[in-house]
Design a protein around this ligand. Structure first.
Ligand SMILES: *Cc1c(COP(=O)(O)O)cnc(C)c1O
Length: 390
């Protein structure tokens, strides 16, 4: 099938919930992609932060194939070796984990455990979870309620009650509130526009949590598993979270998410309180073990490569670029006067797959294993497109 026929058949049968580019990818290898017409692309988007070890990494393929040949699924009524190993590797002695299938589900779990912790201890009236303006926490009715962007809220009322969105500057005002059980923060807001959280605001939030026995929760679905140059984004701040959600990059392209909680939440959920049929799927967990093995020794390289990309883009002196921000391989380029979706379409035409975020951000999330030759090739395409056309 060609790009055109795949597009036609898809448009005929799949609900039009995405503004898609007219490209159908059929193969990936390392940090390169090929479409159905045979055209090659450099990948600066990792399937929205998912393909952390690129495409078809031989160790990942081996782990997934082995696991598929032995046991694809048995449900959470039984123990499996891949889930036990992955949990031990992720959590150490500090955390315990619940595995699910996606980011939104991971946040739903955090929300549930926060509410139950507070209700068990203090009774009703403390169900509110504070989140930030411009945050993104998922697409279910509850995680949309948590999401601090009105553009997602127009059509789907009524939402789950019990969320309050504030600006980071107003975190200093919430200490007297008496109906709160938790604060949920992205260390760097991803979909909202690659907006890093000010460490001072995080300290203020952490202090309010400590004083009031509120839970300090981090949504690490985009920032986690090495993306920012540390295993989790909160590790750039001097705070101890009570809970962390993760998904996207953990299994390198297979659906896996989860949330980890600190000691004080480890007996909050008991048998029957939470569950999922697919969660902790053995193939996904085997894939994730490979991802962690590859990413853990790579963290300082991720930091270096991210700094390298930001410096290179900055030294291009492009008149259309207003600001470059982010951390590690989570990069936001604020564009002046040009809708980033249009720029992205031109980049794709020129052979570079990138992302957008917020209203004016070109977002780069390259595979975490990307090497300098692919980085330079991608930057060259960016330079050509951004300097000739604008
Ligand atoms: C992508 C994302 C989600 C939602 O994850 P899904 O797997 O699409 O449900 C939630 N929070 C953040 C910060 C994200 O980047």
């Amino acid at each position: 099938m060609t790009n055109q026929t795949i597009k036609q058949v898809s448009d005929q049968h799949i609900l039009p919930t995405y503004g898609r580019y007219p490209v159908a990818f059929v193969k990936g290898q390392g940090c390169r992609l090929w479409d159905a017409d045979g055209k090659e692309y450099i990948d600066f988007m990792s399937g929205i932060g998912v393909n952390s070890i690129g495409y078809a990494h031989p160790k990942w393929v081996q782990a997934v194939t082995n696991q598929a040949q032995n046991l694809a699924h048995v449900s959470n009524l039984y123990y499996t070796e891949p889930a036990s190993k992955l949990a031990a590797k992720l959590c150490g002695d500090e955390f315990k984990v619940f595995f699910c299938n996606s980011g939104a589900e991971a946040n739903e779990g955090l929300i549930k455990i926060a509410r139950k912790y507070s209700r068990d201890k203090y009774g009703e009236g403390r169900a509110t979870i504070v989140t930030l303006r411009d945050s993104f926490h998922g697409r279910t009715i509850t995680t949309l309620a948590a999401t601090g962007q009105d553009k997602f809220h127009h059509h789907f009322h009524p939402f789950t009650p019990g969320f309050r969105h504030i600006s980071p500057e107003n975190l200093k005002l919430i200490d007297p509130w008496d109906d709160v059980c938790a604060i949920l923060l992205e260390p760097i807001q991803g979909e909202g526009g690659v907006i890093p959280l000010d460490p001072k605001q995080v300290q203020i939030a952490a202090e309010a949590c400590r004083k009031n026995d509120w839970l300090l929760l981090f949504d690490e679905i985009q920032t986690g598993i090495g993306r920012t140059g540390k295993m989790f984004g909160y590790q750039h701040f001097d705070v101890q979270p009570d809970g962390i959600s993760f998904a996207k990059g953990i299994a390198g392209g297979l659906p896996l998410g989860g949330f980890m909680v600190s000691e004080k939440l480890q007996s909050t959920l008991g048998p029957g309180d939470h569950g999922t049929t697919y969660g902790a799927n053995p193939i996904c967990c085997a894939a994730a073990l490979t991802v962690l093995d590859i990413i853990e020794p790579q963290l300082s390289t991720i930091t270096e490569n991210g700094d390298y990309i930001r410096e290179k883009v900055s030294s291009m002196n492009l008149s259309c670029v207003e600001e470059i921000r982010g951390r590690g391989l989570m990069i936001g380029i604020k564009m002046k006067n040009h809708p980033p979706a249009a720029i992205n379409a031109r980049l794709l035409e020129a052979g570079l797959a990138a992302l957008t975020a917020g209203t004016d951000i070109l977002r780069l999330l390259p595979p975490l294993i990307i090497e300098r030759n692919d980085i330079d090739a991608g930057l060259k395409i960016m330079h050509n497109v951004l300097s000739t056309d604008f």
